[in-house]
Design a protein around this ligand. Structure first.
Ligand code: PAF
Length: 289
C-alpha cells in the first residue's frame, strides 16, 4: 500500500494503473477510521481492481473551529487498518496541498443542501462539495463509496456529480452500528463514559418509532422521538425531520411518499451525533394520516 501526499503524484500513479485497464474505486474519509469506514473499504476492494482511500480533515466543511480543532487525527493507525483491508493507495494530503489558494466556488444544490444539516451548519455542504470535487479530480474513480449515516451528504454528492457530469457511480452503504445500536462515527470517541452509555438511546428511539406509524401521525412520531431523546438530560435534539428520501421534502402524511426517512441530530453533551432511519411504507400503506 502506498501512502501519497501529493495530488500530482497520485494522479500519475493512478494514470499508470488505468493504462493496465484497472478499475479504480475510491473511499473519501476524514480519518479516525472505525469499522464503518473499513466496511466501505472492504466493499471498494471487492468491487474494484485498485482501491484508493483519502484521509483529509477538510477545514472548509467545518463551521465550528473547535469542532475542526478537536476532530480526531490518527493517521498511523488508519493506514495500518487500510493496509490490512487490502487498499492500494492512501491519499493523505496537507491543507496546503488541497487548498493552495482559497476555494471560492459556491455551489447551488437547492433544497438538498439547504435543509437539516445544511440549515444547522451553514456552508457545510459547500465545503463538502469543494473537497469531494477536488478529490474526484485527483482520483477519477469509477465507483465512490459513502456511508448512509451521512444520508444527506449522499444526496448532495449525487447532485454534485450530476451538475459536474462526472463519470463516477456513487455507491451508498448501510450504516454500521455498535452492538448496542449506536451508529459508528469518528465522533463517538469523544463521548465520555456516561455519554457513551446513554448515546444508544438515539438509535433505540428511532427504531421504536418505526413501530408507531400504524397508530400515530407523522407529527406525533416526530414529537415522540424528540421528547423521548430529550427526556435524558445529557441529550439535546437539534432537529428531527421526516422527509422523502429523494427530494428531502418534509412528509406530512405517511401516504405522501413511498420512501420515507427520518433524520436526527442530537447533542450528547458537547458531541454532535447524527443518525437516520427508514420508515417501511408497508406498515402505513393504507393510512391517510
Ligand atoms: O463524510 C466525510 O467523512 C466527509 O464529509 C468527506 C466525504 C470525506 C469529505 O470531507
Amino acid at each position: 500500500m502506498k501512502v501519497i501526499q501529493s495530488a500530482a503524484l497520485l494522479r500519475e500513479s493512478l494514470q499508470k494503473e488505468r493504462q493496465y485497464n484497472r478499475q479504480i474505486g475510491f473511499v473519501p474519509t476524514m480519518g479516525a477510521l472505525h469499522d464503518g469506514h473499513i466496511n466501505l473499504a472492504d466493499r471498494c476492494v471487492s468491487e474494484n481492481d485498485i482501491s484508493v482511500v483519502s484521509i483529509f480533515v477538510n477545514p472548509t466543511q467545518f463551521n465550528d473551529k473547535r469542532d475542526l480543532d478537536t476532530y480526531p487525527r490518527t493517521l498511523d493507525t488508519d493506514c495500518a487498518l487500510l493496509e490490512r483491508a487490502g487498499c492500494d493507495y492512501v491519499f493523505a494530503p496537507s491543507v496546503e496541498e488541497m487548498y493552495p489558494v482559497p476555494d471560492t466556488r459556491v455551489f447551488d444544490f437547492g433544497r438538498v443542501s439547504q435543509v437539516m444539516e445544511g440549515a444547522a451548519r451553514p456552508g457545510h455542504f459547500n465545503g463538502v462539495a469543494q473537497i469531494v470535487s477536488k478529490l474526484f479530480a485527483a482520483v477519477e474513480p469509477i465507483n465512490a463509496y459513502f456511508g448512509e449515516k451521512d444520508f444527506q451528504q449522499i444526496a448532495v454528492v449525487r447532485e454534485l456529480v450530476k451538475q459536474l457530469k462526472l463519470p463516477v457511480v456513487i455507491r451508498s452503504c448501510p450504516t454500521l452500528r455498535e452492538a448496542d445500536g449506536l451508529a459508528m462515527s469518528s465522533r463517538n470517541t469523544r463521548l465520555n463514559v456516561e455519554q457513551r452509555r446513554k448515546a444508544p438511546l438515539i438509535a433505540r428511539t428511532l427504531k421504536e418509532s418505526t413501530g408507531l406509524t400504524a397508530a400515530k401521525s407523522v407529527q406525533e412520531v416526530i414529537n415522540y422521538v424528540v421528547d423521548t431523546v430529550n427526556s435524558d438530560p445529557v441529550m439535546r435534539v437539534e432537529y428531527y425531520e421526516i422527509v422523502d428520501e429523494a427530494t428531502l421534502k418534509p412528509v406530512h402524511r405517511w401516504s405522501d411518499s413511498d420512501h420515507i426517512v427520518g433524520c436526527i441530530t442530537v447533542f450528547c453533551g458537547e458531541v454532535r451525533l447524527i443518525d437516520n432511519i427508514r420508515y417501511d411504507n408497508k406498515t402505513y400503506a393504507n393510512r391517510n394520516t
